[in-house]
Design a protein around this ligand. Structure first.
Ligand code: AMP
Ligand code: ZN
Length: 470
């Protein structure tokens, strides 16, 4: 498989560190609010990557953290802890907020057919691991204490800006505007590994450490949780493109300093979901969630389909027209699969199967081209082969695509079967209505029993009489 690697800025053949296996680390959500559909775009595309690697026969282990401490509003070392802001907003404790939004996140994932990672670790349960790695970085001379905090010394590295070519002069006060300068830092790019003194007043969760009571920086979480669960060599690290700097840059700095060798071979970054007014973000407060889509009558799977129609390395603009187009296209696709589900007999045409399977694999082998993989489903539908072969292929593709293609086609087929209610039943329903009009309820009940014995249910609703197959 060819995968674009943000480190080398080109597509590369994916070769796992251990043959037959693949280790994946994913930056998990910061659980101070609901995940928005932008965050979920990233998790959908990562899910496709994981499932495709499994599809190719690799034994995949995927680890995700839950950020419940240390992620400050600036993404760097300034501002409040996002978790604390969430707790204040809702007049709850940080741990209550974390529990609530972690569950909400996994509920959303379930609705979008995003598989649960093999390991999920909240940062607050790994404090000892962070202290171990930070202590070792101090010992090795990569970290120092200043003003009570522990900082990583970026001047000790040959190359710090691994993803891009930021210049130190550009970082007058960190990378973001309006960020105050931290006089404790020896170099402008240095970052905090452990906050002790500088962030004391408001922080709710604090732990004992060799450097005094405090709490970890956000970046150290991911390095430690990955190394703890996936060892010294990581195959793929994933995240949204905004994580490349400073988060992933700092992860690489501290992990490689700690390990003494290269750590992760492939960096997979998903580009943003934007609205017409810019990047969708939690901090702006106005964002779309899966529940909101559902309230508006959308099946969450259609949002997954919408995401698959674009390449993960292109930013994607969300608006309702685009989503509605995806709804129409998804429904058409399902309708095309409906005739196949009722015609499922015969033998698999192995020649056609292999050819169409290759078509699908070629699309995903080319840096996860999901829109071409969806086109491969259309190619199957149009192909000159039997329904059994087509269904087998679509079922297999959907292990990766996760679009509920067969389930929804079966549902649709049953609905249309329900639509054709036998004459006999329709006649009885009419007789029952007449009996009700004449207030002959005994007769109406007798007719209802007859209708039930024929396998149908009749109900009076505000919209009129409803007849359903039992
Ligand atoms: P957070 O919960 O803020 O830590 O973000 C969770 C994941 O969503 C990270 O991988 C981010 O890089 C990613 N992300 C944040 N905003 C967007 C967006 N608008 N589009 C796609 N991914 C995003
Ligand atoms: Zn991370």
């Amino acid at each position: 498989m060819q995968l674009y690697n943000s480190l080398s800025h080109k597509k590369e053949e994916f070769i796992p560190h251990t043959e037959g296996k693949a280790s994946i680390y994913t930056c998990g959500p910061t659980v101070y609010h609901y995940a928005h559909i932008g965050n979920l775009r990233t998790y959908i595309m990562e899910d496709i990557l994981e499932k495709y690697l499994r599809f190719t026969g690799l034994d995949v282990k995927r680890v995700m953290n839950i950020t419940d401490v240390g992620h400050l509003t600036s993404d760097g070392d300034t501002g409040d802890d996002k978790m604390l802001n969430g707790a204040r907003r809702e007049h709850k404790t940080v741990m209550q907020i974390a529990k609530f939004y972690t569950e909400a996140f996994f509920n959303d994932c379930k609705k979008l057919n995003i598989k649960m990672p093999d390991v999920v670790e909240p940062a607050t349960s790994c404090i000892d691991d962070f202290i171990k790695v930070i202590s070792s970085l101090i010992e090795k001379g990569y970290a120092y204490e200043a003003g009570g905090n522990i900082y990583f010394d970026t001047s000790k590295l040959k190359k710090y800006y691994v993803f891009n070519d930021f210049r130190e002069e550009d970082l007058a006060v960190g990378v973001r505007e309006g960020v105050e300068e931290d006089g404790n830092k020896r170099n402008k790019a240095d970052f905090v590994l452990w906050f002790t003194k500088s962030k004391f007043d408001s922080q709710e969760l604090k732990w004992e450490s060799p450097w005094g009571i405090g709490y970890p920086g956000w970046h150290i979480e991911c390095s430690c949780i990955s190394m703890k669960n996936l060892g010294e060599y990581l195959d793929i690290h994933c995240g949204g493109i905004d994580n490349a700097f400073p988060h992933h840059t700092n992860e690489i700095a501290q992990s490689e300093a700690y390990l003494g060798h290269e750590w992760c071979n492939y960096w997979f970054h998903v580009h943003h979901l934007n609205t017409n007014s810019g990047k969708m973000s939690k901090s702006k407060g106005e964002f779309l969630t899966v529940s909101l889509l559902e309230e508006k009558g959308y099946n969450p799977i259609v949002y997954r389909y919408f995401c698959l129609l674009s390449h993960y390395r292109k930013s994607l603009v969300f608006d309702w027209d685009n989503l509605n187009n995806a709804v129409t296209s998804y429904e058409k696709l399902i309708e095309k699969i409906v005739p196949l589900v009722s015609e499922n007999s015969g033998e698999t045409d192995s020649k056609a199967y292999e050819m169409l399977m290759k078509n699908f694999a070629d699309a995903l082998d080319n840096d996860l081209n999901t829109s071409l993989a969806v086109t491969a489903v259309y190619d199957v539908i149009k192909a000159d082969t039997n329904a059994v072969t087509k269904l087998a292929l679509i079922r297999k593709f959907d292990e990766v695509l996760g679009l509920d293609l067969i389930e929804n086609a079966i549902k649709k087929a049953n609905e249309s079967e329900n639509d054709t209610i036998p004459e006999e039943v329709l006649k009885l329903v009419e007789e029952r209505q007449n009996a009700r009009k004449e207030k002959n309820f005994t007769l109406a009940d007798e007719i209802r029993s007859k209708i039930t014995s024929l396998g149908y249910e009749v109900r009076e609703t505000r919209q009129g009489t409803e007849i359903k197959k039992i």
